[in-house]
Design a protein around this ligand. Sequence first.
Ligand code: SF4
Ligand code: FES
Length: 246
Amino acid sequence: MRIFLKVWRQAGPRADGELVDYTVDSVSPDMSFLEMLDVVNEGLIVRGQDPIAFDSDCREGICGACGFLVNGVPHGPDPGTTVCQLHMRRFKDNQRLVLEPWRAKAFPIVKDLVVDRSAFDRIIQAGGYTSINVGGAPDGNAIPIPKPVVERAMDAAACIGCGACVAACKNASAALFTAAKVSQLAQLPQGQVERRGRAIAMVERHDAEGFGSCSNEGECEAVCPKEISISNIARMNREYLRAVLL
Ligand code: SF4
Ligand code: FES
């Protein structure tokens, strides 16, 4: 396959950026998207040019490190798929692809396709710890939790913190991310002691980081590689209201 790329190149946070054209020949349909970029970078390095900076780590869809826009869609065209799991067979020979970093005030560009997502870390930090009476090793079934509750908590815990929800949202809101983190603990017995303070601190940290408000567009759920449901945002709003009113 031959692929025509337009890639956002920006040398640093304060530098001007621009879209730069690259033609990639001999792309195997079995390559992952990031392997295709590795090949582009090897060519750039051989020619003494600066390789394209992009984030990745596990390349298995579990760490949340990767992510950029492919033709305007966070993580590209496949639902429930991170860009590291996307394969070139998904595209056509001679296809044109535009690659851009997440665009959000709270995610400043570091270089090329890499953005600073440390705002997410600070939201999680604001959530603090959970108080658990450790005692002796508890029996696995000592705290019975109904299966539907466990499933809902685990579905929320699947969030990998990639930031695609922010990139897809016209308000650059991180409501889906924050809601997933609030929801995973609010529903379990282990998360009850700090439940009220956690909801308030995480929502307030979200706003302080410069993320926008949620206006129920649903774009976040549509692009989320872990298919986190926006019902978690409704739960976060209930948790927050309950915390400030009671
Ligand atoms: S909610 Fe989904 S899109 Fe947002 S950070 Fe978590 S995994 Fe990524
Ligand atoms: S590199 Fe870990 S999720 Fe993509």
